[in-house]
Design a protein around this ligand. Structure first.
Ligand SMILES: Nc1ncnc2c1ncn2[C@@H]1O[C@H](COP(=O)(O)OP(=O)(O)OP(=O)(O)O)[C@@H](O)[C@H]1O
Ligand SMILES: [Mg+2]
Length: 329
């Protein structure tokens, strides 16, 4: 049965066993998730340890924790790439309830942006095909093919114009449609990955460290892009980072993970201003600039991390010991 057929069936049939009524704004409910990975010559490794959480429509939920705390395992569970040992991931169904996925092939409403988007793209493929795959998976692609209406929101749109619209949305020129993925910079590849994730009009985008591999100069630009797209399109972001200052700046609510457990959760303001867990306090203390973050009503604004440079820059030649002319001080 295709995804479309399952969706129609779900819309017209009784709620499935295990489906629960959804509060209108909840788009993800994770119930008591456990993941044990078998490890040769050792007992199983518990990567996720009884985690429960909820995410609301249009919310940016920040998942933060150090390396090995279970963040990527959570991302794979939510995106449907991994089945839990126990517990459940509940997503909205067409009939308004929350329920488990019916297919192991993932869920069109949940898309993913990876840390290394390059590995999820064929480097020889032109950008229009990389994004176009989201419109016509497993099918022969042509630029002139008309995109199904419900996937793009517009009637009678060709694949080519749908792809160009997505490129504009993520701040890339339309001419990038014909570039090969290998020709793109890291930031440009990440924009294309975001455009591909947006194409099926998802309810949730799972972002696993989407700026960690980028140059520092481009990180803020991509984070601002995520925030703008969320404001424009209203999807929820399950946003993973090991950097609590990134999460504090971007997220509405934060879940702190440690050793597979969700040790603390709350609004970004509560968690940063008044951390309850010792591990959260350590994460915050490790980022000195975070202690200076002022959290305003609604929006959070970080204090500039470096003082602005005043006056002229020193001339390197004058700083070489023993070479400075007597007047240079
Ligand atoms: N397929 C696997 N088999 C065995 N153990 C695994 C597997 N995948 C993850 N783990 C273990 O589960 C734990 C959580 O891994 P996970 O990748 O979720 O951490 P993470 O928080 O994403 O870390 P990082 O910040 O380094 O990406 C780690 O101890 C990891 O070694
Ligand atoms: Mg990870």
């Amino acid at each position: 049965m295709s995804d479309e057929e399952s969706a129609v069936q779900a819309a017209t049939s009784e709620p499935a066993a295990g489906a629960v009524a959804s509060r209108a704004d909840v788009v993800l409910r994770v119930e008591d998730l456990v993941v044990d990975f078998p490890v040769a010559h050792h007992g199983p490794k518990r990567a996720v340890d009884h985690v429960s959480l909820e995410m609301r429509a249009g919310e940016i939920l920040g998942i933060v924790g150090e390396s090995g705390s279970g963040k990527t395992t959570m991302a794979r569970l939510v995106a449907g790439f991994l089945q839990p040992t126990s517990g459940a991931v509940l997503l909205p169904r067409p009939d308004g309830t929350l329920g488990a996925r019916r297919t192991t092939r993932g869920h069109r409403d949940v898309q993913m942006v990876f840390q290394q988007s390059a590995v999820s793209m064929n480097p020889r493929m032109p950008v229009w095909k990389v994004i176009g795959e989201a419109y016509s998976p497993n099918r022969w692609m042509s630029k002139g093919r008309v995109v199904p209406k419900r996937r793009d929101g517009a009637d009678g749109v060709t694949l080519e114009s749908a792809v160009k619209a997505q490129l504009r949305r993520v701040g890339l020129p339309e001419s990038y449609a014909t570039k090969r993925a290998a020709e793109l910079s890291g930031g440009e590849k990440q924009r294309v990955a975001i455009a591909r994730a947006l194409a099926p009009r998802p309810v949730i985008i799972v972002c696993d460290e989407p700026v960690s591999s980028l140059d520092v100069s481009i990180r803020a630009v991509i984070l601002n892009l995520f925030e703008r797209l969320r404001d424009e399109l209203g999807m929820a972001l399950f946003f993973i980072s090991h950097d609590i200052s990134v999460v504090a700046h971007l997220a509405d609510r934060v879940v702190v993970m440690h050793d597979g457990k969700a040790v603390e959760s709350g609004t970004a303001r509560e968690v940063i201003d008044n951390p309850q867990d010792e591990y959260t306090r350590r994460l915050i203390a490790a980022v000195p600039s975070l202690e200076r973050i002022s959290l305003g009503e609604g929006r959070r604004e970080a204090t500039p991390r470096t003082a602005p440079l005043l006056g002229s820059l020193p001339r390197p030649a004058l700083n070489v010991p023993g070479t400075n002319p007597p007047t240079a001080r």
